[in-house]
Design a protein around this ligand. Structure first.
Ligand SMILES: [Zn+2]
Length: 290
C-alpha cells in the first residue's frame, strides 16, 4: 500500500462527475430566473469583472444545462451562456431553503433563484471559474469549446475517430487520453481505469496501438465513462467531489487500479503498480496490461 503522502489527490472532477452535476442542474434550473447574484470570491470570475458577470446574469432565465468535457454550459434566455468549470475543488450546490443552511466556508458565488432556492459555488482552492459569454461557436455552445476534442458521452467517439486521434502521437497513451484538445473530459482517474479495462499500458506510445487495440480502447472508453456516470462519479478520500445535492459519488468502489498501488489486480491477481513516465504517473497492472 502506498504511503498516504504519496497518494494522489483527486485532481479535478472529470466527465462523469461534471455530467452528474449537469443532470442535477437539469432538474432544478430550467425556467428559473436569477434574481440575485453575489460574487465574493476574488478569483472565481476572472475573464470579466465580477460586476460584469453580475449584470449579465441578473434577471436572466436559465435554459437546459449542457456540458462538454469538464465544462458546464448554462444557456440564458437572451442568447448568452453562463460557463462554469469546477477545476480542482469547485462544487456547485443547490439549496432549496437557503435560510436554513448557512453557506459554507469558501462560498464564492451565490445565485438566488426566483423560487427562493439558491445555487452556491464553493471552492477552497479557487481554481474554479465562472464567466458569461455571448461568443458562441459550434452547436450554439461557447466558442472556447471549439478548442476541445470530442466529448465521448455528449458527442460519441468512434473507433475511427479515436484511431485518428492516436495516430502519429508519440506521447504516452494516458497523456493523449487526458489531453482536453484531443478528447474532452478524461482526467487521471478515468484514463487509468480505461487503460486497465482495455488491458493496455497507459505509458505505451499512443501511436503503437494496433487497430484491434484501438477498437477495444474505444469500447472500454465508452463503457467505463457510462458506468461511472451511472454510479454518479467518483468521490475520493478528500471528498472534494459531491453532487448538486451534496451527495458523494459511488464509482470509487469500482476502481480497478486508480490509487490501488500494491493491492491485487482484480483481473489477474497480480500487483497494481504506480508507473512513472516523464513527469506523470499512472496506476496499472503490469501483468495483464500490455
Ligand atoms: Zn492484472
Amino acid at each position: 500500500m502506498a504511503s498516504r503522502a504519496s497518494r494522489p489527490r483527486q485532481n479535478v472532477p472529470e466527465l462523469p462527475e461534471v455530467e452528474t452535476v449537469r443532470r442535477g442542474l437539469e432538474k432544478v434550473l430550467p425556467g428559473r430566473r436569477a434574481d440575485r447574484v453575489v460574487v465574493t470570491g476574488r478569483r472565481t470570475v476572472r475573464r470579466q469583472s465580477p460586476g460584469e458577470l453580475v449584470s449579465r446574469l441578473t434577471h436572466r432565465r436559465f435554459g437546459l444545462p449542457d456540458r462538454r468535457g469538464k465544462y458546464l454550459s448554462l444557456p440564458l434566455d437572451d442568447g448568452q451562456v453562463l460557463v462554469v468549470h469546477l477545476r480542482m475543488s469547485g462544487q456547485l450546490t443547490w439549496v432549496e431553503r437557503p435560510a436554513e443552511v448557512a453557506p459554507p466556508n469558501h462560498t464564492h458565488v451565490v445565485v438566488g433563484l426566483d423560487d427562493g432556492s439558491e445555487l452556491r459555488f464553493t471552492d477552497p482552492r479557487t481554481f474554479g471559474e465562472w464567466f458569461v459569454t455571448d461568443e458562441l461557436g459550434a452547436g450554439g455552445l461557447p466558442a472556447i469549446f471549439d478548442l476541445l476534442g470530442p466529448d465521448p458521452i455528449a458527442e460519441g467517439l468512434s473507433t475511427t475517430e479515436l484511431a485518428g486521434i492516436l495516430a502519429n502521437r508519440s506521447s504516452a497513451l494516458k497523456t493523449v487520453l487526458t489531453d482536453q484538445r484531443a478528447i474532452a473530459g478524461i482526467g487521471s482517474i478515468y484514463a487509468d481505469e480505461i487503460c486497465f479495462a482495455a488491458a493496455l499500458r497507459p505509458d505505451r506510445p499512443a501511436r503503437s496501438l494496433s487497430r484491434d487495440e484501438v477498437r477495444q480502447l474505444a469500447a472500454k472508453l465508452r463503457s467505463v465513462l457510462r458506468a461511472a456516470v451511472k454510479a454518479r462519479g467518483s468521490s475520493l478520500r478528500d471528498a472534494a467531489y459531491r453532487d448538486l445535492m451534496g451527495e458523494l459519488g459511488g464509482y470509487q468502489a469500482r476502481h480497478c487500479v486508480y490509487d490501488r498501488a500494491g493491492e491485487p489486480c482484480r483481473r489477474c491477481g497480480g500487483r497494481v503498480t504506480r508507473v512513472r513516465f516523464g513527469a506523470r504517473t499512472a496506476f496499472c497492472c503490469p501483468d495483464c496490461q500490455v
